[in-house]
Design a protein around this ligand. Sequence first.
Ligand code: FE
Length: 338
Amino acid sequence: MTRTLALLLGTAICASGIAAAQAEELNLYSSRHYDTDERLYSDFTDATGITINRIEGNADELIARMEAEGANSPADILLTVDTSRLYRASEMGLLQSIDSDVLEARIPGYLQDDDNQWFGFSQRARIIFYSNERLENPPSTYADLADDAYEGLICIRSSTNTYNQTLLSSIIENQGEEAARAWAQGVVENMARDPQGGDTDQLRGIVSGECDIAVSNTYYFARAIRRPVEGLSEGIDGVGWVFPDQNGSGAHVNLSGGGVAAHAPNRDNAIAFLEYLASDQAQQYFSAGNDEYPAVPGVAISPSVAHLGFFKPDDVDLSAVAQNLGTSQAIFNDVGWE
Ligand code: FE
């Protein structure tokens, strides 16, 4: 049994007496900031005696900070959202490969980096929403979004957004570059307006009548069910949703996740923390905090997410998808997706 597992069971520290001399710590660089996180962290500390020092910021700032700190960085873990950011961090040499039987067993393969530099701990699907008052036949696949039938109806955000970059990268992975280019061109031709705002703004467009179709991550919709989101919650009954490609490759998913920092001073504690994040209770806190789906199969989903229901995810390898990010940016530029 690994030392990290022993730490999780709360035995190593007391047995060795080392902890009394050296405070066990973990330096967490995190772009998370959710209500459930206090329990997430305090339960870990209660179980292991490891104190968590949180350094919070937006993902790009944290990555820049780790790069600037170099080998002297105190970071043990980087926690953030989206494969593209974790991929970038690993390409920059900011993360390290780890061996963990717990993570291998608990986290599905498509949510792990090939080199085990990062792991997904919750997942969100990027799906199709539509006006169930104005549209009788909504798209049922991503390919449908490029169909002439939906000309002038679609609201989707800018190509500078990482979610769209990863979505197009997955289409490249599944269908090849030329099909992906034709798809992007078709979506541009079907846009209801120039891309603007975040995913919530695309959903608001359905409520306001500006868009009949919107592409959004699931959690923005689920959040508006859980608590009032202006311009959306009051009209949410008029918004239907489709998990795309349920008879094909499945709905595109992305992840929230993290990895161990390249120069982690508390490497064992970092691995123990990631293993803890894969436990049933931590999975519930972690996913519920942002109205996401747990990464670990069989873990209970929160009520707002249950409203959306279960779906077949596209289990294409997200590390392979991430390698298409450069190509997807070139395609977006070529087809004039702002
Ligand atoms: Fe988001």
